[in-house]
Design a binder for this molecule. Structure first.
Ligand SMILES: Cc1cc2nc3c(=O)[nH]c(=O)nc-3n(C[C@H](O)[C@H](O)[C@H](O)COP(=O)(O)OP(=O)(O)OC[C@H]3O[C@@H](n4cnc5c(N)ncnc54)[C@H](O)[C@@H]3O)c2cc1C
Length: 496
């Protein structure tokens, strides 16, 4: 297993006195898209600089899903909000490895029917399932995918039990994880985040890295890119310029769109952000279900895809309290009972929004909107979720909908609205994409089918922003395979 060691950290670049760095290729952002792109370029002996706004920290620098981890590795301490009629809290990683460091690593391959839809609508001519398959396999070889080697945690099994009783399709989702053979007695193993997989490969291949460096703008002078950046050193921000022939932008769906727009690249940029909105509910069971060991929940109900899917969330006490945010009157029912409680969610595919940078501010404005059909899907998802949890033996369900009474029996499901009322819910999302979609349909895309920005020399995108729409399933597998395919295409096209 490749682990981050002190010797590898030596590849972190010290900025020169004159604050100017030259590199042949610069990759901005080190999440799954950027890390894979950089690793493949370095392995092909290219002179590569990887720039990341957040810190370079080992995976184990903080307990997973702890307050400390949120402070170290999340953007804005995990509090970022999309503005709209229904408020949507969204979360982004901000550290070397991006979202892969803070997520659960639940893994799905790119769904062929989703790729076919993109091909029809966006003319992503080459993005067929068959074309992507070798790249799926190549990334899975480096970042290992595995199923739990034993029983899932109880909160996860509960979802599976309910689905089985109702005859619904439910699966144990594999994870980007290398489980330890002795997982029962201690640490479960090592998540296959980017700092455990592609980043060490990148550094071993001679790639250079600049963490704690934020790219503010891209400018083109004399056939080269000049990246206007700031580096944080001991609390101070120092200006830095990176001069480079080719740039790959991989800052994640929100930040990539914001960076391009700040740089004057606006055509179709940031207009079509898509996300998977999620409504949560806390279930209380008669017996303890929560807090058994260090394994994370893995069950998902797929019976109703693509309209909605159901799943389980991390349910530490602070998270349970947060999921009750819109119904404080129910909190006494959980007092001293958190081991009996767990968070579940229904998730749809209909979140849409726009990204706009705000002059003078680091963070862009994200405006979200939900069409009534999506709010109906979310309501139906919540109803099915409650049905599943009651079938699994829950004695009360507390949906995160203000004013909705607790649901204690199937008859109580009538209290749920047919369409989620925007003003009474708090939605969240972890999956954002499509702010700069790819394809040959130029009237609606930003980049071609391989991520090269239309009509702009030597500028490529390599992250979730390129996806043409929701993936329906957890997106990291699709982002990794696309980044791998696109960088292989880049390297091959330069060889001719
Ligand atoms: C809490 C959480 C749980 C999730 N769970 C799952 C899951 O189980 N399975 C799954 O498939 N997906 C999951 N996801 C989603 C998945 O992590 C993301 O889809 C994926 O990380 C996106 O990859 P990316 O390369 O597009 O960007 P990111 O991972 O967002 O990485 C972008 C990086 O760019 C950096 N950056 C941004 N702007 C700049 C700038 N201007 N200059 C320099 N650097 C910059 C950021 O700091 C960040 O590190 C989860 C996400 C979160 C937040």
């Amino acid at each position: 297993m490749v682990r981050t060691t002190a010797s590898r950290l030596l590849s972190i670049l010290k900025p020169p006195i004159d604050n100017v760095i030259d590199a042949e290729i610069t990759v901005v952002g080190s999440g799954p898209g950027g890390a894979i792109t950089a690793a493949m370029l370095a392995a092909a002996d290219r002179d590569v600089l990887l720039i990341e706004e957040g810190e370079f920290l080992p995976l184990e620098s903080a307990v997973h899903f702890s307050r400390e981890e949120v402070c170290q590795k999340y953007r804005n301490g995990g509090i970022t909000v999309g503005m709209g009629k229904a408020k949507v809290g969204y979360v982004e990683g901000r550290c070397v490895g991006g979202g892969s460091e803070i997520n659960r690593g639940l893994y799905h391959r790119p769904p062929p029917e989703v790729l076919e839809g993109w091909k029809r609508e966006f003319r992503t001519d080459q993005t067929l399932a068959d074309d992507l398959m070798p790249h799926v396999a190549a990334s899975e070889q480096i970042a290992k995918i595995s199923h739990l080697p034993g029983p899932a945690p109880t909160i996860s099994e509960k979802l599976g039990d309910g689905a089985r009783r109702l005859g619904w399709h439910c699966m144990e989702v594999p994870r980007l994880f290398s489980y330890a053979p002795t997982w029962k007695s201690g640490s479960p193993g090592v998540k296959q985040s980017m700092t455990e997989t592609f980043i060490p490969r990148y550094l071993e291949a001679g790639g250079k890295m600049l963490p704690e460096t934020r790219v503010r703008r891209l400018e083109r002078h004399g056939g080269r890119w000049h990246l206007n950046a700031t580096r944080t050193e001991g609390g101070d921000r120092r200006p830095l310029e990176i001069r480079t022939k080719t740039v790959f932008v991989a800052c994640g769906a929100v930040q990539t769109a914001a960076l391009l727009r700040r740089s004057g690249l606006r055509r179709n940029v940031g207009n079509t952000l898509a996300f998977h909105p999620m409504i949560k509910a806390v279930a209380r069971f008669p017996e303890p279900v929560n807090g058994d060991g260090s394994l994370e929940p893995v069950h998902q109900v797929k019976e109703f895809d693509p309209n909605f899917s159901l799943g389980c969330s991390i349910s530490k006490p602070p998270a349970v309290a947060l999921a009750m945010m819109d119904r404080p009157e129910s909190l006494p029912e959980l007092e001293g009972q958190w081991e009996h409680a767990a968070i579940y969610y229904a998730q749809t595919t209909g979140g849409r929004g726009v990204v706009r940078p705000l002059p003078g501010f680091d963070d862009p404005l994200v405006r979200v909107r939900h069409d009534p059909v999506d709010m109906q899907n979310l309501a139906e998802g919540l109803r099915r979720l409650a049905e599943c949890l009651l079938a699994a033996g829950a004695e009360a369900i507390f949906p995160n909908v203000a004013g909705c009474p607790p649901l204690r029996s199937m008859a109580d499901l009538r209290h749920l609205p047919d369409e989620l009322p925007s003003e009474r819910v708090s939605l969240t999302t972890l999956h954002m994409f499509s702010s700069c979609p790819m394809g040959e349909a130029r009237e609606r895309t930003v980049a071609n089918s391989f991520g090269k920005v239309h009509d702009v020399d030597d500028l490529h995108l390599a992250d979730a922003s390129l996806l043409c729409g929701p993936t329906v399933v957890n997106p990291q597998g699709t982002i990794m395979a696309l980044a791998h395919r696109n960088v292989v295409h880049f390297l091959e096209s330069r060889r001719h």
